[in-house]
Design a protein around this ligand. Sequence first.
Ligand code: VGL
Ligand code: ZN
Length: 244
Amino acid sequence: MMHMNRRSALQLLSGAASFSIAARAGRLWAQPRKLKPDAASVLIVVDVQNCFIAGGTLAVPRGEDVVPVINRVAPAFQNVVLTQDWHPAGHASFASSYPGRKPFETIKLAYGEQVLWPDHCVQGTSDAALDKDLNIPQAELIVRKGFRRQIDSYSAFQEADRKTPTGLGGYLRERRMRRVFVTGLATDFCVAWTALDARRAGFDTYVIEDACRGIDLNGSLAAAWKKMAERGVRRIQSTDIELG
Ligand code: VGL
Ligand code: ZN
């Protein structure tokens, strides 16, 4: 009590040190650091349109569930881009364009395999409109894709011929964006192709899993996640984003 010998002073010091390490480790364990969207981060909201939601022409199972999640994370982003699948009648991806063919079959087109879909997201129809509950007033750009009759486009960056750019890559580069967060519909088609192309274009790319829903055609959902993991797309949850 009167005097502290050397040994107990050392014990006190090392005790304090190990306590602070334990406290820090405890914090890391309990609450991993969240991702904070910055001025160089952009949220891409893929195809949250009536056609992909209950009652639409190509409804994704539980597609409507993405809307509240996207509405919750969107205010954390200074930059938001929306996409719209936007096909002319008689589009090359519509089964109805080929006598005798049915939706969800595949066909060989000039640029390769194409899944045939029910007629969906026809330009100017209410089916192609954005879901009315999507609430992102600050969204700065809407990219429409799949508007060429002979070429589909799952990706918001590059059409299915893999050589026709939509212009989104140029827009994001010119705006000095570095990180892309992808949400929307459908996980295994337009979300995955958009994320893979974002990564290919050199952006740090994240897919917010609970802000997406998939179609899952013949194992396409697992295949999409596998490919995205292989290419360095990061799979996160909306709770990993720092809000406010
Ligand atoms: C999509 C199929 C056909 C999508 C668009 O948004 O994922 N899927 N067109
Ligand atoms: Zn489409």
